[in-house]
Write a protein that binds this ligand. Structure first.
Ligand SMILES: [Zn+2]
Length: 491
C-alpha cells in the first residue's frame, strides 16, 4: 500500500500503517527540509532493497544526506537555538581569534549558528550545499553566517555578558562602597563624571625621549626612595627587590619566559607572580625617563602585603601607585630634569585615565539598566553616548545612525569577551586617580601625605576600604573635589 505525502510516497503494510502515518506527519511539518535532504524516490517500511528502508525502531532522520539526526532535530523545532548568546559568544571569539579552543561544546555551537542561519532563512538548499562544500567554500559561507548572527543576536550577547558579570563585579567592585549594587553604581557614575570633568582639556600624547640607561634609572629610583622615606625602609625593600631577582627588565630573561602574562603583553609594566606564586615586578626598559616612572609605580604594588580583606582585584591598590608618580615628578623637577619631559609622564597618566573614565561611564550606564531589568537596546546605547557623540549621530542618516549604534554594541561585545575584567580594570584606575589626585593636592598645599600613602600601599589588602581611606586622610567629599577642579579651570 502507498501513502502519498508532499515529500515522498511511503510504502507500508497493515502492520506498519501507524508508523507510516507518523512519518507523514513529520515530513509535512518541514517539507522543504526533507525534499532537500532525503535522496530517493520512495520511503519503504517493507522493502529491504529500497534506498530508504526504515526498519522497526528506526527513524527517518537516519537517512538524511549529510546531516546527523541530532542536528536535524533542530529543524523540527520552531526556534533552532536555545542559547543564542552562547552561540554568538563562540562565533565572535572565533572571528576575532579571542582565546577560543576546540572542544565538543564549541563544535556544537558552531553548527548551531550555521543551522540557525539556514533555518531562519528557510534556505535548506543552502544548508545542503554548505554541508557538502569544500573547507574553503565553507569558510566563505561562515563569514555570511557570522554577519547574520552578529546582526541578529548582538543585543542578546551584550545583555548576557553584562548579566554574567554582575555577581563578579558585585564581589570585586561594588564592595568598596559596602552598599547595595544600585547606590554603588550611582557612586561610580558620579566618580567617573568627576574625573571626566577634571580632565576635559588635554593635549595630545607625546612620547618621552629623554635618554636614561638602566643603571641610571635604578640609581635615580634609589635616590628617590631615600628622599621620600628617610627611615630607609623603602630603600631596603627596593634593593631587596633587585637582589632577590624580583625585578625583571626584559621579556626575554629566563624568569620572564616562564610567566605567561609577560609573554602575552611584553610591553606592559606590571606586578605579577611567578609560577611559585612569588611576587615579581616587570618593567620592560625603554631607556628613557619613562622607566623610572614605571619602576616607581610597580614598586608600590610590590610592597603591598597580602591581606585577608582583598586577596585580589582590590580597587584601592592604584591610589598610592599613582600618587607616587606625581611625587616623583616634583622630585625630578627639583633635581633639574627637564620639566617638559616630566610633564609628558603626567599627561600620559591623565590621558589613559580619561579613556578609562569614558569607558567606565558607558559600561556603568549599561549595567544600571541591567540591574533595573531593562535590557540593553539601541536607544539605551544612544543614551550612553557623550553629548558630542550624540550631536554627531544626530547629523547622520537614519541608516548610518543604526549602523553606528550597532557597531558600538559589537565593539563592547568583543571587548568584554576579550577582557572579562575590563570594567574592574577601568574602575581601579579611575578610582585610584581620583583619590591620588586629592592626596597630591593636599601634599602640594603643605600637608605631608607621603607617610600616609606608604602606609596605605603596604596595608591596602588588609584593611576595609572605608578604614584604608580614613587612615590615609582620603574620605572623599564630593563637593570638596568639585571645588578643587572648578578652581583648576579658572586658573
Ligand atoms: Zn598599577
Amino acid at each position: 500500500m502507498i501513502l502519498e505525502t508532499c515529500v515522498l510516497p511511503i510504502e507500508y503494510d497493515e502492520k506498519t500503517k501507524e508508523k507510516a502515518k507518523r512519518i507523514k506527519k513529520v515530513l509535512e511539518k518541514n517539507p522543504d527540509f526533507f525534499r532537500v535532504f532525503l535522496k530517493g524516490d520512495k520511503i519503504s517500511l517493507i522493502d529491504e532493497n529500497s534506498t530508504i528502508y526504515i526498519e522497526k525502531g528506526q527513524s527517518i532522520l537516519k537517512y538524511l544526506d549529510g546531516i546527523s539526526p541530532k542536528y536535524a532535530t533542530g529543524f523540527l523545532k520552531d526556534k533552532y537555538v536555545d542559547n543564542p548568546e552562547e552561540v554568538l559568544f563562540y562565533w565572535t571569539s572565533r572571528f576575532y581569534e579571542i582565546g577560543i579552543y576546540k572542544n565538543k561544546e564549541n563544535k556544537l555551537r558552531k553548527l548551531c549558528g550555521i543551522c540557525d542561519y539556514f533555518h531562519t532563512n528557510e534556505d535548506y538548499e543552502g544548508l545542503y550545499n554548505y554541508l557538502h562544500a569544500s573547507e574553503e567554500e565553507q569558510q566563505e559561507i561562515e563569514e555570511d553566517v557570522f554577519i547574520w548572527l552578529e546582526k541578529t543576536y548582538r543585543y542578546h550577547l551584550i545583555n548576557y555578558l553584562l548579566t554574567e558579570q554582575l555577581p563578579f563585579l558585585q564581589n570585586n567592585l561594588f564592595s568598596p562602597f559596602e552598599r547595595d549594587i544600585e547606590p554603588g553604581i550611582l557612586d561610580i557614575l558620579e566618580l567617573s563624571q568627576n574625573v571626566l570633568d577634571s580632565l576635559v582639556s588635554l593635549d595630545e600624547l607625546e612620547e618621552i625621549t629623554y635618554p636614561m640607561s638602566r643603571q641610571e634609572t635604578i640609581m635615580l629610583f634609589r635616590e628617590f626612595l631615600i628622599d621620600i622615606d628617610p627611615t630607609l625602609e623603602l630603600l631596603y625593600k627596593g634593593i631587596y627587590m633587585e637582589l632577590n631577582g624580583d625585578l625583571i627588565t626584559s621579556a626575554r630573561s629566563k624568569k620572564a619566559q616562564s610567566i605567561k602574562i609577560i609573554q602575552e603583553t611584553p610591553d606592559s609594566p606590571m606586578k605579577t607572580e611567578t609560577n611559585q606564586k612569588k611576587p615579581v615586578v616587570f618593567v620592560p626598559m625603554k631607556n628613557t625617563l619613562e622607566d623610572v616612572f614605571s619602576l616607581t609605580h610597580e614598586f608600590f604594588h610590590y610592597i603591598e602585603e597580602e591581606g585577608e580583606v582583598f586577596p585580589k582585584y582590590n580597587p584601592q591598590c592604584e591610589i598610592a601607585t599613582i600618587f607616587f608618580e606625581g611625587i616623583l615628578s616634583d622630585y625630578l623637577i627639583k633635581r633639574g630634569y627637564p620639566k617638559e619631559e616630566v610633564e609628558k609622564a603626567n599627561r600620559d597618566r591623565k590621558i589613559s585615565t580619561l579613556a578609562y573614565a569614558q569607558e567606565l561611564n558607558e559600561y556603568v550606564l549599561l549595567l544600571y539598566s541591567i540591574i533595573n531589568n531593562v535590557a540593553v537596546r539601541p536607544a539605551i546605547e544612544f543614551d550612553s553616548l557623550s553629548e558630542e557623540e550624540k550631536e554627531e549621530v544626530e547629523e547622520m542618516t537614519p541608516f548610518m545612525q543604526e549602523q553606528y549604534i550597532d557597531s558600538i554594541c559589537d565593539e563592547q561585545n568583543i571587548d568584554l569577551i576579550d577582557n572579562y575584567y575590563k570594567i574592574i580594570e577601568a574602575f581601579c584606575y579611575v578610582y585610584g586617580y581620583y583619590h591620588s589626585d586629592i592626596a597630591l593636592r593636599k601634599q602640594r598645599e603643605g600637608e605631608d601625605m607621603i607617610p600616609k600613602m606608604i602606609d596605605l600601599a603596604k596595608n591596602v589588602n588588609a584593611r576595609l576600604p572605608k578604614d584604608a581611606l580614613r587612615m590615609a586622610g582620603l574620605i572623599p567629599k564630593e563637593q570638596e573635589y568639585r571645588k578643587m577642579i572648578t578652581n583648576d579651570s579658572k586658573n
